[in-house]
Design a protein around this ligand. Structure first.
Ligand code: F0G
Length: 450
């Protein structure tokens, strides 16, 4: 059989609410055209993020009941740590309430003002946490990533020559760590090859700099390596993930992605000295090291989720369903970041709305139009999110794990094709309010006349 089906059936359902375009126009005005400020009950299909939005399995819900809520020494922590170490292999596992808390602790401990942290591409919270401690976050994606239309297997890779140049120019002692984000969320959700991680490791060794992975979507990256990198077709996703982590000194992780949990994360490291300082800071900001800002039941959900996310039938379906959305719109003329990755499809708003300059936020304008037209929520990843550091003007349609069925996706396809047909009529936006850090969450806009 060729048809790839959802490898699950549905035990609990949540209703979603239909609204009219006129009602949605009203919600947009109230929210200052910022989709983060719209009530979720007014969204029909929510593709804002794949983070914390997964459907948990019956096994995860069952494990939640045995959550040990002890303040210190919770059995749930030890179960979670065993599950993490089985795959990630790092000596120290420090739970946090989500990924950005792990980032904040890592950079607070490892970075000083004036330091430089290179990455294939930093995610927005990662960049903000680095800048918050006075260091500089530098993106070094491979040049091929700039062209959204080229169909290469690993456009998430880091530019290894540029990395070596940057370290030599900054001097190695100003580079406290190298960070590789798998998959490369801010650069179109593209995967990173094992060959590239290995090459970055060699540079890290050459200059004695630790290598960390931002491992949010490690299972999806592992499966894309299996599909696309020579030599990995016969390996299991777990074996590939283990190899990826064996090349690193530690990682940050958001369990809200590839652990099917609604909250949670961790920081992991092989360094005893760093772990001690990190745990001390953890106690100050997150909690005791055997719960780190999480309930025991959350630790249980993560432990079970980490095991499930590497199941091959799940990953096969995951990649196929995202690819289905991508191909059905791209093959009908909608510019997307090619080729489709795993967690999201990214519309190329610069190509789709060439009449709008970056100063009028083409990505945000397109995201607003998709909501107005069909009640679909997406997110801008471009000049609004990254300001002058933006390399592209993208709109991300992130697919929550195990949540939507194929007919939901067919509806999204139809909506995007309809919006694409009248793309010339879409006008730009002007900011009327913005915050100093991470402005995209709270900014407000005014529509400009077309
Ligand atoms: N790193 C990457 C690559 C991410 O995608 C995210 C979150 C984080 C770190 C931070 O993790 O949310 O648990 O604090 N990404 C979400 C998204 C928010 O929508 O892509 P967190």
């Amino acid at each position: 059989m060729k048809t790839i089906i959802e490898p699950f059936k549905i035990k609990a359902v949540e209703p979603i609410r239909q609204t009219t375009p006129e009602e949605r126009q009203g919600y947009l005005e109230q929210a200052g055209y910022n989709l983060f400020l719209i009530h979720a009950s007014n969204i029909l299909i929510d593709l804002l993020t794949d983070s914390g939005t997964s459907a948990m399995s019956a096994d995860q819900w069952a494990a939640i009941m045995r959550g040990d809520e002890s303040y210190a020494g919770s059995e749930s922590f030890y179960r979670m740590r065993r599950a993490v170490q089985e795959i990630f292999g790092f000596r120290h596992v420090i739970p946090t309430h989500q990924g950005r808390a792990a980032e904040h602790i890592l950079f607070s401990v490892m970075c000083k003002p004036g330091d430089v942290v290179p990455s294939n591409t930093h995610f927005d919270t990662t960049r903000a946490n680095i800048e918050f401690v006075g260091a500089k976050a530098v993106d070094l994606p491979v040049p091929e990533a700039a062209d959204t239309q080229t169909r290469l297997p690993f456009k998430g890779n880091m530019d290894v020559d540029a990395l070596r140049r940057l370290i030599s120019e900054a001097t190695p002692r100003r580079v406290p760590l190298i960070l590789v984000t798998v998959t490369n969320n801010s650069a179109g959700g593209q995967p990173v090859s094992m060959e590239n991680i290995r090459a970055v490791r060699a540079v890290a060794d050459e200059f004695s700099i630790p290598l960390y992975l931002d491992a949010c979507r490690f299972a999806e990256n592992a499966y894309l390596i299996k599909l696309r990198e020579p030599g990995y077709a016969e390996r299991t996703p777990k074996q590939i993930a283990q190899e990826m982590f064996s090349l690193a000194d530690g990682c940050t992780f958001s369990a809200k992605k590839d652990a099917f949990a609604n909250i949670g994360g961790f920081l992991a490291t092989n360094s005893d000295a760093l772990a001690e300082r990190e745990k001390n800071l953890l106690i100050l900001t997150e909690g005791f090291p055997t719960y780190g800002g999480l309930a025991g039941r959350d630790l249980e959900a993560i432990a079970v989720g980490l095991e499930e996310v590497l199941h091959e039938d799940y990953l096969r379906y995951r990649i196929a369903s995202t690819g289905y959305l991508g191909r059905h719109i791209a093959d009908r003329g909608v510019p997307i970041v090619e080729p489709p990755g795993a967690h999201a499809i990214y519309l190329d708003a610069r190509r789709m709305l060439p009449h709008l300059p970056p100063s009028q936020f083409p990505g945000q304008a397109l995201a607003v139009e998709l909501y107005r037209h069909a009640g679909i929520r997406s997110v801008e990843i471009g000049s609004l999110m990254f300001g002058e550091n933006a390399r592209q003007e993208l709109v991300r349609l992130a697919i929550p794990r195990r949540v939507y069925t194929q007919s939901h996706i067919d509806y999204v396809v139809e909506a995007i094709l309809e919006v694409n047909q009248r793309r010339e009529q879409i006008g730009g936006l002007e900011i009327t309010y913005q915050a100093k850090f991470l402005r995209h969450f709270t900014a407000r806009f005014r529509p400009l006349e077309r």
